[in-house]
Ligand binder design. Structure first.
Ligand code: 3HC
Length: 681
């Protein structure tokens, strides 16, 4: 390999039309000249993030191109699965180091010779911004493109908010940048983001394209004008993004910057974009979202599974096609599995089939799925009343009534039917899956797979490692859950697993706050303002109060009398206030709308009086602090007991299963920040 630019590569070594040795522009950026085109490859595993050495290498490559008469054009490509996976997120905790990405991007756009992006794989964030500054973009059909910065609590910081709308229009740019969604190459071409898709060898085609551009005026994205669009359409796109913001600053900032593209000179708008990016990058929101990003990657690394392969799965059996089972079936069909659904009676099986078809139909009607794809999914579903229909299943997931007797009997019947190595997964929320496993001959085949309702929508799946679950079975359950688009979090056996145990502690803390003097409505309002979609009392009403009541009654005999116990939820249940489905719970429901109910205030007041508690005013800040602290304390207990492997797993459960705002990082993250702040420096 010859030495890099900075290390002495001389332009005189370049002879037109003849490939030369590989140049090293930096530790991660390499080049070779063929037919007068410098092919620049970025090789910075795992995702070719635009780290300092990548930025420096690209600048060196541009510099050499401008200086070398023998180089007519440049093609930039990535190695492996990525073009460039974005700025290097690991660098975000330190001040930005030169050369800065906006400067690299500006050099590319200003280059006097054609620069073509050969987008071989993911081009995200700063990676897409690099490509947007090139004079043409050609993408492999499998490439994926997007500006997902808002998911990290920032806005694009290297021209994305200004260059994207010049190609797509403001409405599409608000949608893409405001949602952070990633599109495939075909959609990117429809949006005008890429000029063409490669039909054969991407780099060869990019080289031809680059040579064809030599000598003609270059199309610089920053020099294009923003296509005019009707104001109502822009406002509608903006409103859609802001409705999802839940108090996050990055979304509103992204919309504001994109709108500025149509009104502000490029240089001023780019400067404002950079200022906003840097301010957001240093914000607590962005720190929390970065933590969540790395937490998700860490959750995939499960103790004891390093060299364990998952069993191949093509057929998923689902027993019980109620709301939960149907949702699981839809997710399994979406993942490409063949699904066999079993119900106890023919009408129930037919109702299950109709429920599943209805969910698929809803996706078609909303435009999320084509009618043809919907039909393909439905064709992979069969429903039956016979367990023997599960003979070919690689995994069976039961979603029947949450009763130990019912579930153990089912698993016992299954073992005579399914293949010996079929995985038996229980979707129980509260029962002891070890108890279920103990009832079968091969307990090592049993695992918990706890989905959240609606299972076709909710991203979380708790994967419960039972005492005897084999590593292969655990790996298979994880791989099935991932294929279904879920974020699987491994946990040990405890009543309620991670999520419901933390949720119960949070709900109890809510009741303590009410006993102290807050109203249930104050509690819900405070935590909703903090960012949860619904407070604990509204959630209880939605789920139904009788489930927790039944559990409290079960636990009554063994409850520690010294433990604080609030009994007004029992009083509400005794009065038949079981929640939203009966129109009365913590709230009254009038025409489907929840509203405070003075009767509840009276029940609470009577319960306080019976304990001699004089109610005091409780500020919203205290409410949030105590609720979050209660979650974190329960999380600590789960860690101590080895139920959760790491505290970030607990945060992921609360974010993805219970609506905890990701931009706050999760209760464990907040507790750690609070501890750090309290530590003497
Ligand atoms: N910076 C640093 N590390 C990154 C990274 C990034 N941008 N993207 C991924 N990684 C790391 C992951 O942490 C993981 O590391 P590990 O193996 O040590 O756990 C490894 O790369 C592989 O990541 P995944 O497991 O996620 O691999 P996948 O193949 O499933 O997905 C991906 C690859 C689609 C690129 C995905 O990692 C991803 O979405 N990354 C983030 C992309 C992103 O948000 N980019 C924007 C950054 S902000 C920005 O660019 C600002 C700019 O506007 C100035």
């Amino acid at each position: 390999m010859s030495e890099g630019m900075g290390d002495g590569t001389s332009e005189s070594s370049i002879v037109p039309g003849r490939p030369i040795e590989r140049l090293a522009f930096s530790a991660t950026v390499f080049g070779e000249v063929d037919q007068g085109v410098l092919l620049v490859t970025i090789d910075n595993p795992p995702v070719n993030a635009a780290a300092t050495s990548v930025r420096a290498g690209l600048l060196a490559a541009i510099g050499m191109t401008i200086a070398a008469p023998a180089i007519l054009a440049i093609v930039i490509a990535g190695t492996g699965k990525s073009f460039v996976g974005g700025a290097d997120i690991r660098e975000f905790d330190a001040p930005p180091a030169p050369p800065l990405l906006p400067d690299v991007v500006a050099e590319i756009e200003a280059c006097s010779k054609p620069v073509v992006a050969a987008i071989n794989g993911v081009a995200l964030g700063g990676g897409l911004e690099l490509a947007l500054a090139c004079h043409a973009r050609i993408a492999a059909p499998k490439a994926k493109l997007g500006l997902p910065e808002v998911k990290l609590g920032v806005v694009p910081g290297a021209g994305g908010t200004q260059r994207l709308p010049r190609l797509t229009g403001i409405v599409a740019a608000i949608d893409l940048i405001g949602s952070g969604r990633i599109v495939d190459a075909g959609a990117a071409q429809t949006f005008g983001i890429v000029d063409r898709l490669s039909a054969g060898d991407l780099v060869d085609e990019a080289r031809e394209l680059a040579l064809a551009l030599v000598g003609s005026p270059l199309r610089r994205t920053g020099g294009l004008s923003v296509p005019p669009e009707p104001v109502p359409a822009v406002e509608a796109a903006e409103a859609k993004v802001l409705a999802r913001s839940r108090g996050q600053s990055a979304l509103a900032a992204a919309v504001r910057l994109v709108r500025a593209a149509a009104e502000t000179p490029l240089a001023d708008a780019l400067a404002e974009e950079r200022r906003t990016f840097l301010a957001l990058r240093a914000s607590p929101e962005a720190a929390a979202l970065r933590y969540v990003f790395f937490a998700e990657r860490a959750a995939g690394k499960v103790d004891g599974l390093d060299d364990v392969a998952a069993l191949p799965v093509s057929t998923v059996g689902i027993v019980g096609l109620g709301l939960m089972g149907a949702g699981i079936a839809v997710a399994a069909l979406e993942a490409g599995f063949t699904v066999v659904g079993v119900e106890s009676t023919a009408p129930a099986a037919e109702a299950g089939r109709i429920r599943i078809a209805g969910l698929i139909d809803r996706a078609v009607k909303s435009g999320r799925l084509s009618a043809a794809d919907g039909a393909v999914r439905l064709a992979r579903l069969t429903t039956t009343t016979e367990l023997v229909g599960l003979a070919d299943a690689d995994i069976v997931i039961e979603a029947v009534f949450d009763d130990l007797e019912v579930k153990t009997q089912l698993f016992q019947s299954l073992q005579g039917v399914v293949r010996p190595n079929a995985v038996l997964a229980t979707n129980t929320s509260y029962l002891d899956p070890d108890g279920i496993a103990a009832a079968v001959d091969r307990p090592e085949q049993v695992v918990g797979l706890h989905f959240f309702s609606p299972a076709n929508v909710m991203r979380l799946a708790e994967v419960v490692r039972c005492a005897k679950t084999s590593p292969t079975v655990l790996a298979t359950a994880l791989s099935v859950a991932r294929a279904m688009g879920k974020l699987p979090i491994v946990c040990g056996v405890t009543e309620g697993f991670i999520g419901n145990r933390v949720f119960s502690a949070y709900r109890r803390a809510g009741e303590f706050l009410v006993e102290d003097g807050a109203s249930p409505y104050d509690v819900d309002a405070a935590i909703e303002a903090f960012g949860l979609a619904m407070g604990p009392f509204a959630v209880s009403d939605l789920a139904g109060l009788e489930i927790a009541w039944a559990r409290r009654k079960r636990q009554a005999a063994t409850r520690d009398p010294a433990e604080r116990y609030v009994d007004f939820a029992d009083r509400l249940c005794e009065a038949g206030r079981f929640g939203q489905k009966v129109g009365r719970g913590w709230y009254a429901y009038v025409d489907g709308k929840r509203q405070p109910d003075p009767e509840v205030d009276q029940v609470v007041a009577a319960a306080r009086a019976a304990k001699g508690i004089v109610p005091r005013a409780v500020a919203a800040e205290e409410i949030v602090e105590r609720l979050v602290a209660a979650m974190a304390e329960e999380g600590e207990k789960l860690l101590a007991a080895g139920i959760a492997a790491r505290s970030s797993d607990i945060d992921l459960v609360m974010i993805n299963g219970y609506g905890f705002p990701a931009h706050k990082g999760g209760p464990m993250f907040i507790a750690e920040q609070t501890r750090k702040a309290a530590r003497p420096t």
